[in-house]
Ligand binder design. Structure first.
Ligand code: SF4
Length: 293
């Protein structure tokens, strides 16, 4: 065994804290790891494999593609163009099956249909393109005992820490159906991990980070509604055509993605704030795409 592999096992074993009493153990569950390709989703899988010694046969990596399927929409707008290939790289490295699921409608189509952008209070990007897609897929599996695992961490924000302090385990209500012998729960196993520990697990496992980390702090959608001006500007510079498409959508719909103190602000104005005191990069933004079912 290589030195790094030994260190990986030692670190993962140290981080594998007791599971919630109401959950008991991983035995009896088929595990669905919510796998964005971000560092936390990878750390989650490494903790299962090396910390809790979950057999590989029990684990699947589940990715929700927001731009509908790769076949239908090979040129993503919100998904990073590198993600499909990166997911396959991770699945090979981890030697685990990868399942990519998606809504028939892309996020762009969903936004155009509504004539509105998703907002923190109306996060339909997450609910339609991710949560509902997962719930529908699990329902299609039939009877069984399934555990959805996601990689939220308390260190990410005070809001998240408060939520995690209340509970890390619960029933996944929108997919759970005891009368049909389908039991679905949700657990967040890396709630206690620190960012350095997450990166260290990945380094020891010899897994390269998603290329998006060269430009943004989180592996969320490429044009996530929660991006700060600085990050949105960087992404706009990297993908000017796609950014221009969003600018045009704002004009066509008469609705902006961003608001400032209750007033709409166009994406072009928003990225101009990148070098001002208004930039939000240092603020305690809550992480996208994490809400209990
Ligand atoms: S990453 Fe951002 S834009 Fe994408 S689904 Fe989540 S909240 Fe919405």
């Amino acid at each position: 065994m290589s030195e790094n592999k030994q260190k990986l096992i030692e670190l993962a074993e140290r981080l594998a804290i007791p599971l919630p009493e109401e959950m008991g153990s991983f035995d009896g569950y088929s595990l669905h790891c919510n796998f964005s390709g971000g560092k936390d989703s990878i750390a989650l899988v490494l903790l299962l494999l090396y910390g809790y010694k979950v057999p590989k046969e029990k684990i699947q990596l589940i990715h929700m593609r927001v731009d509908s399927s790769e076949e239908r929409n090979p040129n993503p707008l919100f998904d990073w163009p590198q993600t499909d290939e990166y997911l396959r790289y991770c699945a090979k490295k981890l030697d685990l099956p990868l399942v990519i699921i998606s809504s028939p409608k892309s996020l762009e189509e969903r936004i155009r249909d509504r004539g509105l952008w998703p907002a923190p209070s109306q996060q339909f990007c997450t609910s339609y393109q991710k949560r509902d897609v997962y719930a529908k897929w699990v329902r299609s599996l039939g009877p069984g005992r399934y555990l959805c695992l996601s990689g939220e961490r308390a260190e990410e924000s005070s809001r998240r820490a408060q939520n995690l302090a209340k509970s890390t385990f619960r029933v996944y209500k929108s997919a759970n159906a005891p009368t049909k012998n389908r039991f679905v729960d949700w657990y967040r196993p890396i709630h206690h991990l620190l960012t350095d520990e997450v990166w260290e697990l990945m380094r020891l496992a010899d897994i390269e980070p998603h290329p998006c980390y060269q430009n943004v702090s989180r592996c969320s959608c490429r044009f996530c509604i929660f991006l700060s001006p600085k990050e949105m500007k960087k992404v706009a510079e990297l993908y000017p055509e796609e950014f221009q498409k969003l600018v045009e959508m704002e004009k066509q719909m008469g609705h902006t993605m961003k608001y400032e103190k209750g007033n709409s602000i166009s994406l072009e104005e928003f990225i101009n704030k990148a070098n001002t005191n208004d930039d939000q990069l240092e603020l305690d933004l809550f992480k996208p795409c994490a809400t209990w079912a």
